[in-house]
Ligand binder design. Sequence first.
Ligand code: NAD
Ligand code: TYD
Length: 364
Amino acid sequence: MRNVLITGGAGFIGANFVRYLLQAEPGVQVINLDMLTYAGSRENLMDLPNPGNHQFVQGNICDRSLVERLFEVFQIDTVVHFAAESHVDRSIIDPEPFIETNVRGTFVLLEAARKAWLSRAGLANSQSEQAVRFHHVSTDEVFGMLEPGDPPFSEISPYAPNSPYAATKAASDHLVRVYGHTYGLPYTITNCSNNYGPYQFPEKLIPLMISTALEGRPLPMYGDGQQVRDWLFVEDHCQAIWTVLHKGDPGNTYTVGGGNQLPNLEVVRTLCEILDECRPESPYLPHEQLITFVADRPGHDRRYAMDSTYIDRELGWKPEHTLASGLLKTVEWYLEHPEWVDTIRRGVDYQGWLAMNYGERGGI
Ligand code: NAD
Ligand code: TYD
């Protein structure tokens, strides 16, 4: 791993990973390709460690000539592919950008990697399988939904996506696997559960609830709030990806979970308790009183959970954070960075999004 192309590195998980990698690998050059959609921001890349090893390129992963040029100019040997449209609610309102970025964008990257790394006979220039790697970051949502007593998803779970977002991520997983099987591209895939932590755009559950509670506005709980997610602190996720890059076997998929499976209502109540402690002077105590049940998401998956046994046994990775420790760090980070939240919200049509997604649900 010398010249690493990170796609979507100005988004939530990508920016955390850029930070992680620059710190963990001072010898690595990071080329960060991001289109800066509403979800990406240069604000997420302030004060990077070893900034001289980071080069930002604003561009679209669907731009084939740009992507090919980056492979050539920077002699890319590793891709870590985060760039995606990532919000389920947006995919329900307008699926098209999901098809374009998540499916076509992944295809363009795979083609560029094939051209740069492979000849018709397989790996070009007598490269070993370990010399190049295409790592694809995917989601538990490709496996669909679990019933209450079902065992968690694992590497052998069948694909059964339920939202436009999940379907496009499933398609991208299949494409990556096909480039390995048909062309011999050395790849790895991680399918992980819901992430949370610093730099998450405040439309996703946890940062939305923190920023909305601090303003004393209603906390919109979809349906009965009993949907279960398996919460993974973003630093643990970064460590899992780094571990797979170093120790994972090409051609393998790893499922990555946080080991924290709780209903949304319980997560938000815990968050409110942490806010009560961190902000005892708040006029909105207890913040839990702000929880408001609103109309459910269409096709809302009831439960996700991930089995991390394989990555633990084979590669020695397990999450270090409990939900309590991860949520505390997250709340502290948002309280310490009010200017980040303001800048991010001002940079996009955030109020427009709230009106569109929550207006018909009764507003927030
Ligand atoms: P995000 O929405 O915060 O960031 C996505 C980034 O990709 C943004 O910076 C955006 O500008 C960039 N981008 C979007 N379209 C692009 C394009 N066409 N070309 C270049 N850049 C583009 O997403 P995230 O939460 O950081 O998720 C990162 C990856 O992890 C995604 O692939 C997502 O499917 C996966 N994932 C996320 C979660 C989660 O809980 N957030 C869980 C499982 C998997
Ligand atoms: P989200 O953060 O959008 O992630 P995902 O849909 O990928 O799991 O949502 C997490 C859970 O929180 C999901 O069950 C939907 C629920 N939710 C709410 O109840 N209210 C909200 O305002 C949002 C954004 C999500």
